[in-house]
Design a binder for this molecule. Structure first.
Ligand SMILES: Cc1cc2nc3c(=O)[nH]c(=O)nc-3n(C[C@H](O)[C@H](O)[C@H](O)COP(=O)(O)OP(=O)(O)OC[C@H]3O[C@@H](n4cnc5c(N)ncnc54)[C@H](O)[C@@H]3O)c2cc1C
Length: 474
């Protein structure tokens, strides 16, 4: 009997497993594939995800495997630099190959004690009042108290639950792969610049020695489940550039569509959904992996609290209440970005107008806070603007705030030096520090770094400790 079984060891599943292990939850991850994916797309980790990595002591390792880039220029690929003074100590984007970030997160989960079984596709689930029976394809029957489907866009768990996944189907395909181009480098660069003036869906990124990452739109190019052929790439390149640049020797190839869908529910009884299993959208702005990892961060401590027995009534349901609106908002901003990237004259005119508007600091800041997820404010009720937002990595007496959050516990950050988290000290740390770089007397942080309370009154604090962390210990 496990506490939690997770299907899928992508970034969402691995992050969730690690978060649960911080609370000693017995976790098993069942992953369909035996080997990592052969395609090596570079994904962008945006500010909030980098902050999460810093909060769990992972950032330094991850930085060593990626390339830092400026935080701006991602909204609809409009090339505007980020405004000055973004509210983060980690205000950049990290480009990192997806297999590398997947591997680092899985390694992190295993180091914390998660069990991961590869080559183990889940084909059946059944739940009752006590738990969930999970069936991998080899016919074994496993039991757990909860199951989380982190099994990607075509989620078996979501389908077995019968959860609707409404939205728009994919209308265009984009081919992506790494291959050699025979044409001279200068000729390729000039053509890319010319085409990308109006069509941002096309991209040839040089990797040296004639090798390029090719990204090219391809209307109606064959079966979605199959990787595209070299002939598909040639056709796509000729259609957009008038030449196939002498493409040959593909190393890997894949395709993606532009479907946009959101699960009707994130929880059915003891089974939950997270990451691409719950939401899909085109990769414009590079938000999908970030969104999934942030789902896992939101869910992990709540599910752990449920299993450990200290979760207050309704805590687990705040996962859907908080995260589904965030996904809805991401789906909407990707729809808007796709419109802005259309080559039609109307959307191109709107794009020029928005490009002008982004010269206004507030507009630029608003869009960047959306894409990087640092603008998220959960609805915790009436209160100052900081309530419900995440707190940036501020300076505290011991160094940096995020350095104090590695264990995934709550934190009372107290400038008054007269408050206490007394009865909750098994779940919540207390830092009394009058020098903390805060302009309020005291904040209570949840394990995901969001501000759950602001004030200086002990009774009010106790009420909020109960609200988020349950009854005090005897
Ligand atoms: C071209 C492209 C570029 C992208 N760029 C970015 C970017 O820059 N930034 C960003 O944030 N996102 C980006 N994304 C999106 C990102 O790749 C996904 O959102 C992310 O991989 C979702 O993670 P996940 O763990 O939820 O799902 P997945 O990564 O799909 O992982 C699901 C896992 O579940 C396994 N699985 C499936 N079915 C079963 C089963 N029945 N039993 C057991 N295991 C199962 C799969 O093998 C897989 O390992 C991009 C996507 C594309 C296509």
């Amino acid at each position: 009997m496990f506490d939690v079984i997770i299907t899928g060891c992508g970034p969402t599943g691995a992050m969730l497993a690690a978060e649960l292990r911080l609370h000693d939850v017995r976790v098993l991850v069942l992953e369909k594939e035996t080997e990592p994916a052969s395609f090596v797309r570079i994904v962008g980790l945006h500010i909030r995800s980098l902050e999460l990595m810093a909060m769990r002591g992972l950032l330094a390792r991850i930085l060593g495997h990626g390339r830092r880039r400026p935080a701006g220029g991602f909204f609809a690929a409009i090339p505007k630099p980020a405004p000055e003074g973004l509210d983060s100590a980690h205000a950049y984007m990290l480009g990192i190959p997806q297999p590398v970030i997947n591997h680092l997160l899985e390694e992190h989960a295993i180091a914390l004690g998660a069990q991961v079984r590869h080559g183990c596709p889940v084909v059946g689930i059944e739940q009752d009042d006590e738990g969930v029976t999970v069936e991998p394809a080899d016919g074994e029957r496993l039991r757990s108290r909860y199951l989380v489907g982190c099994d990607g866009a075509r989620s078996t768990v979501r389908k077995l639950l019968g959860v609707d996944f409404p939205g728009e189907p994919s209308r265009t395909d984009t081919l992506m792969g790494e291959m050699e181009l025979g044409a001279p480098r200068e000729e390729i660069a000039a053509k890319v610049t010319e085409i990308r003036e109006t069509d941002k869906r096309f991209w040839l990124r040089p990797f040296g020695a004639g090798v390029y990452q090719v990204v090219v739109p391809a209307a109606g190019a064959g079966d979605r489940a199959e990787p595209p052929t070299l002939e598909d790439f040639k056709r796509g390149l000729r259609a957009i550039a008038g030449t196939d640049f002498g493409v040959h020797s593909p190393r890997w190839s894949s395709r993606f569509g532009n479907a946009t869908r959101l699960a009707e529910r994130y929880r059915v009884g003891r089974v939950l959904l997270a990451g691409d299993a719950a939401h899909i959208h085109p990769p414009v702005g590079g938000q999908g992996l970030n969104l999934g990892v942030q789902d896992a961060f939101n869910l992990g401590w709540k599910l752990a609290a449920q299993i450990r027995g200290w979760a207050p009534e309704g805590l687990l349901d705040t996962y859907q209440a908080e995260r589904r609106p965030v996904a809805e908002e991401v789906l909407d901003n990707t729809r808007a970005q796709l419109e802005l990237m259309s080559t039609e004259p109307g959307p191109q005119a709107v794009r020029r107008l928005l490009t002008e508007l982004m010269d206004f600091d507030e507009v630029n800041r608003h869009l960047i806070e959306k894409i990087t997820a640092i603008g998220i404010r959960y609805d915790f009720g009436e209160g100052p603007d900081l309530l419900g937002r995440r707190l940036r990595d501020i300076d505290v007496r011991q160094g940096r705030l995020y350095g104090l959050l590695h264990r995934g516990r709550g934190l009372l950050l107290d400038r008054t030096e007269r408050l206490t988290a007394g009865g909750w000290s098994d779940r919540v740390d207390h830092l009394a520090d009058p020098t903390a770089d805060l302009d309020v007397p005291c904040v209570l942080l949840r394990p995901d770094g969001h501000v759950a309370w602001i004030g200086d009154d002990q009774q009010d604090l106790d009420d909020h400790l109960s609200r988020w962390f349950g009854e005090p210990a005897d």
